[in-house]
Design a protein around this ligand. Structure first.
Ligand code: SF4
Length: 97
């Protein structure tokens, strides 16, 4: 079991989830400091397509990240809506690159 960040994160990339994760398993292709240097309302334009991902091998399934996400982008893997099911593999693939 793991939590998954769906593509609903794209355009928001708030990153509040990173601060509450107890095992530091939420990462993205842009360093957190660089992301946060850009105002939240500008991130979608500055970083097209950018989203964060959860490492399924490290996630302890606590749910803290989902409660913090302002875009409602994070789900337990069993609960990911049908339109976002491909995001489960995309999250895992990010950590195997
Ligand atoms: Fe981190 Fe908990 Fe979210 Fe897993 S469910 S990514 S451990 S905050």
């Amino acid at each position: 079991m793991t939590y998954v960040i769906t593509q609903k994160c794209v355009g928001t990339c708030d990153s509040a989830c990173v601060d509450v994760c107890p095992c530091d398993c939420i990462l993205g292709p842009v360093a957190l400091g660089d992301l946060r240097a850009v105002p939240a309302r500008e991130r979608g334009q500055r970083f097209p397509g950018l989203q964060l991902f959860i490492d399924p091998d490290e996630c302890v399934d606590c749910g803290a990240c989902a409660a913090e996400c302002p875009a409602d982008a994070i789900y337990r893997d069993d609960d990911v809506p049908a339109a976002y099911r491909d995001d489960i593999a995309r999250n895992a693939a990010f950590f195997t690159r």
